[in-house]
Design a protein around this ligand. Structure first.
Ligand code: FES
Ligand code: FE2
Length: 445
């Protein structure tokens, strides 16, 4: 299915959602797709999302490493919704709504291990890790409490790609269907071999969509990441939109057509500055002379060979089975509503956004992974929240984060009524198409 086919439903009145405020789209994008700014600024739209989307969409709660051992748990929050994911003593992964059935107190917070039960700290009711009522202090005082009436409300949970996904809707379809073509397309990358190193959360002063939109297009490379232009083809980057998922395919290790014949030195310096760590050159000052490119070979082949060598020597991880394309063409998947997954053969990174306490607040979660050899032990990821000013995410992500709050502030100006999207920004359009779909089906009138 082509992008054009999938974009068709964005047109016209079928997508009208926020009352009196519609996305304006024109057939075949003879004009920009126009998205009301109010979707990013109004509490009313945030309320619709909270009603229609977050209780029904599949979302990444944490990495598989966070809940690898019996008794491990992770509390996932989105708005006022809270889910506890827990690995049972039987090894099964389960998830429950995070509320004690006595008077509603949260059962768990944060993440950790060693649980043998879910015990409410307020009056100490407790449940087994599979959600059965276990103990009620002074039980007789309640009269008859039938344990079967007090099982914790289950939440759907599944894993894919070393990620733990939850869905609060018991009737939601299976995760594997939700993920469209992505699992099959990226099967070559053996994502199960990655191990999580860190989950970093930062509060941002922007709408959750403003954040994830910045990870749904690379049109902005020439604007805020000009240092990347000598090392990435940001123009010839095919995208496809399936249903919940869209994908970008972007070649690294070649210059942007926006530049005229950049020197090999410039290309090499840019690659080292942006992702030298993949070559074992974490300090751009160590870039030195560009490597020789033998006849019949390309700079991408040479970079791929360096990545393989560095991985084998520094980490003991073999990458020989991955081709130049698999190591140097980025696959970036955007999964509705709030997740982007970036894949090279040696690299997996997940960025997601969650709504905050107001339409112009959100949480950015960065889930970092390292490739390990097949069968490697589970890791113990660092899980931290940091203030924005205390986070150094590297050249490119720092530039993204620095710009995103400015992108939000402009949305409030009275003369700015709509965002205008190009075909290149089709993954943002797909987010809105899916928002419309969920709100049409589940939003109140
Ligand atoms: S609210 Fe949990 S035991 Fe009372
Ligand atoms: Fe960016």
């Amino acid at each position: 299915m082509t992008i054009g086919d999938r974009m068709a439903p964005l047109e016209g009145e079928a997508i009208e959602t926020l009352r009196g405020s519609t996305i304006e789209s024109v057939t075949e994008r003879s004009e920009p797709l126009r998205v009301p700014a109010s979707r990013y600024t109004h509490q009313a739209f945030a309320d619709l999302e909270m009603q229609a989307v977050w209780p029904r969409a599949w979302q990444v709660a944490c990495s598989a490493d966070h809940v690898a051992r019996p008794g491990d748990f992770f509390e996932y929050t989105v708005g006022r919704l809270s889910v506890v994911v827990v690995r049972g003593q039987d090894g099964e992964l389960r998830a429950f709504q995070n509320a004690c059935l006595h008077r509603g107190n949260e059962l768990c917070s944060g993440t950790g291990g060693g649980l043998t039960e879910l015990r409410c700290p307020f009056h100490r009711w407790s449940w087994t890790l599979d959600g059965q009522l276990r103990e009620v202090p002074s039980r007789k005082g309640f009269g008859v409490i039938r344990s079967a009436d007090y099982e914790l409300p289950a939440v759907q949970v599944d894993t894919w790609g070393r990620l733990v996904w939850i869905n609060l809707d018991p009737d939601a379809g299976a995760l594997v269907d939700y993920l469209d073509e992505m699992p099959a397309e990226v099967a070559w990358a053996d994502l199960d071999d990655f191990r999580c190193t860190a989950l970093l959360t930062t509060e941002m002063q922007c709408n959750w969509k403003t954040l994830i939109d910045g990870f749904s297009e690379t049109y902005h490379v020439q604007g805020i990441h000009p240092e990347m232009l000598p090392m990435v083809d940001d123009v010839n980057s095919p995208q496809v939109i399936w249903d919940h998922v869209g994908r970008l395919q972007q070649p690294y290790g070649i210059p942007s057509p926006r530049l005229r014949n950049p020197s090999t030195q410039l290309q090499w310096d840019a690659f080292v500055a942006v992702m030298g760590g993949r070559l074992g050159l974490s300090d751009p000052a160590d870039a030195g002379e560009p490597p020789e490119v033998p006849d019949g070979s390309t700079m991408r082949d040479v970079l791929a060979a360096r990545i393989r060598r560095h991985s084998a020597e520094a980490k003991g991880v073999a990458l020989d089975r991955f081709t130049t394309d698999q190591l140097l063409t980025l696959l970036q998947y955007n999964v509705f509503p709030n997740v982007t997954i970036l894949v090279f053969g040696d690299l997996l990174q997940v960025v997601k956004s969650r709504p905050g306490t107001a339409p112009d607040r959100c949480f950015m979660d960065i889930v970092a992974f390292e490739r390990a050899e097949p069968g490697a032990p589970d890791s113990q990821p660092a899980t931290v929240s940091l203030a924005k000013g205390d986070v150094d995410l590297g050249l490119v992500l720092n530039q993204d984060v620095d710009n995103i709050e400015k992108a939000q502030r402009g949305l409030y100006q009275p003369g700015f009524t709509h965002l205008s999207l190009s075909g290149e920004e089709c993954r943002i359009a797909n987010l809105h198409r899916n928002l419309d779909r969920y709100i049409d089906a589940h939003g109140s009138t």
